[in-house]
Design a protein around this ligand. Structure first.
Ligand SMILES: Cc1ncc(COP(=O)(O)O)c(C=O)c1O
Length: 305
């Protein structure tokens, strides 16, 4: 069960069970909420939050595009995250900031409904089953498409966008796959249901560009940085569906997924069917960085009380 002692809500820590909303909250009816998914890792100096300010910046951008005036400055939210992790006593955890429209007149316009912000934390292993990062996962190409440009703001981490992710994930699981890959409206590879995608083909590491209906993942950015340091040839380029079949390696990256190898797409093995050397070396470099074995400035220590 995902649970902790405290949730930060609208400026104060309150007991987990006291963090309630009304059933007529605007967000519940019209999806007027934005959120973040962040991780704190165990390091020799105690828990440390990965790329906290990059996540808060994306939260601010998501708010801007869906007209949620965030009632807290960056510094207040930064401190709220650290305080919540600290008070809950997690050695490592998942962190979920959420800004949403609550009580107000129940019509489509969100503008007169109250804005609330919470930060919840809990100890969570990740997106996939134990062993997924070592063995790889089986994915399908979804029959659903990502939202087309100009429909939903795919670059915002908006709650309403996740109806698309739910459709992709449930379809994949019902058909016996671990996850689904979604094509954009033009038929190019976009991303996973909750992670960005990279593939290795003909000596190049390729990931879809921001314009192909992807969430600009924080992990995607970190993996690109690591790839450059490893002297891999990296390109942001449109990916035709069949490139998933030609690729020698495919992997998904995200806060929940970290770096998860894909071992088959639509039952066709990727490369040898085993996670490849590029995936392995990126996983190792990522692990060293997030667990504080190498200082890259990516971590914010939670610190003592
Ligand atoms: C749809 C989608 N794409 C990509 C990502 C990866 O983003 P990040 O690395 O910031 O977690 C996520 C995860 O939050 C996601 O939900």
């Amino acid at each position: 069960m995902q649970k902790a002692d405290w949730i930060w809500m609208d400026g104060e820590l309150i007991p987990w069970d006291a963090a309630q909303v009304h059933v007529l909250s605007h967000a519940l009816h019209y999806g007027s909420a934005v959120f973040e998914g962040i991780r704190a890792y165990a390091t020799p100096q105690g828990p440390a939050v990965l790329e906290l300010d990059a996540h808060l910046e994306r939260l601010e951008r998501s708010c801007r595009v869906v007209h949620i005036p965030l009632p807290f400055e960056r510094e207040a939210l930064h401190n709220a995250v650290l305080e919540t992790v600290r008070r809950n006593g997690h050695p490592a955890c998942y962190i979920r900031p959420l800004a949403f429209r609550g009580e107000g007149p129940l019509g489509v316009s969100p503008l007169t409904s109250a804005v609330h912000v919470i930060v919840a934390t809990w100890e969570w292993a990740g997106a996939h089953h134990a062993g997924a990062k070592e063995e790889g996962i089986d994915v399908c190409v979804s029959s659903w498409r990502r939202m087309a440009p100009g429909t939903h703001p795919a670059m915002a981490k908006a709650a309403g966008n996740y109806l698309n992710s739910q459709l992709v994930l449930v379809e994949a699981k019902q058909n016996g796959f671990h996850d689904g890959i979604v094509l954009d409206v033009n038929g190019y590879v976009s991303e996973g249901s909750g992670a960005n995608l990279f593939l290795e083909l003909d000596g190049r590491l390729i990931t879809p560009p921001l314009g192909d209906s992807i969430l600009p993942g924080i992990t995607r950015g970190l993996v690109m940085q690591l790839a450059r340091e490893l002297d891999l040839e990296l390109v942001e380029q449109r990916i035709a569906r069949e490139m998933l079949t030609f690729a020698s390696e495919v992997f998904l990256v995200g806060t929940a997924a970290e770096i998860t190898p894909v071992r088959s797409v639509d039952r066709i093995p990727v490369g040898s069917g085993q996670p490849g050397p590029v995936t392995r070396s990126l996983q190792a470099a990522f692990k060293r960085a997030v667990t504080g074995q190498e200082d890259r400035g990516w971590l914010t220590l939670v610190g003592g009380a």
